[in-house]
Design a protein around this ligand. Structure first.
Ligand SMILES: Cc1cc2nc3c(=O)[nH]c(=O)nc-3n(C[C@H](O)[C@H](O)[C@H](O)COP(=O)(O)O)c2cc1C
Length: 182
């Protein structure tokens, strides 16, 4: 049994419809700011978050390919939207609809990244749960090094067969989450 398996309670906790989780990182993904909603929901004190890599709350159900797509989008200087499952400190989990943007200083130098997250609809969570399970299955069939690219390719091909790209896909989920009360 892995540490992750030992840690999981299997209990879902929910963001309220009017709550936003905010965090900032430096350019290498280490947390430099966390708002109170983040601390309260994830169960961490501020000093347990500041300076830590953001994968502190990474849930093993999240495919590596989603983060590969996220970092590639950010490194291209664009904002990323995604539906993400996260761990709390005690092993519960929660889903968020995340927007992550590069954060530039007044000279246009990259300072780090900024993320705001809100509650996704149950429909959005159900949609990505099925897709992420398939992405993880693709990753499990590959070597660790090729897994993220392989699952991104699977996602791109699967969406293309539905005449969608990732932007179309995620914007449909964002629309389905507007004012979510699931
Ligand atoms: C601003 C920002 C916010 C992030 N938020 C999360 C998050 O909520 N959950 C998460 O698992 N990873 C988040 N990440 C991505 C992590 O840095 C990391 O890439 C991811 O957890 C995958 O971990 P790994 O690279 O160790 O596989 C965030 C990154 C940035 C820059």
């Amino acid at each position: 049994m892995t540490l992750d398996t030992l840690r999981q309670t299997g209990r879902e906790i929910q963001l309220q419809a009017n709550e936003l989780i905010v965090s900032k990182t430096d350019a290498s993904g280490h947390i430099t700011y966390a708002n109170r909603v983040f601390m309260k929901l994830a169960g961490f004190a501020e000093h347990e978050l500041l300076g830590m890599p953001h994968n502190l709350i990474r849930h093993p159900d999240m495919p590596r390919g989603v983060f590969r797509l996220m970092w590639k989008t950010l490194q291209d200087g664009k904002e990323f939207f995604g539906v993400v499952k996260n761990y709390t400190k005690n092993g519960d989990y929660y889903w968020v609809l995340a927007n992550i943007t590069p954060d530039y200083d007044h000279r246009g130098q990259l300072q780090g990244y900024y993320s705001v997250r809100r509650k996704p609809s149950r429909e959005a969570v159900d949609t990505v749960t099925a897709i992420y399970a398939e992405m993880r299955a693709v990753e499990a069939r590959c070597g660790k090094a090729s897994a993220p690219d392989a699952s991104v390719t699977w996602l791109v091909d699967t969406l293309a067969a539905r005449k969608q790209n990732y932007d179309d896909f995620i914007h449909a989920l964002i629309n389905a989450s507007a004012g979510a009360r699931a």
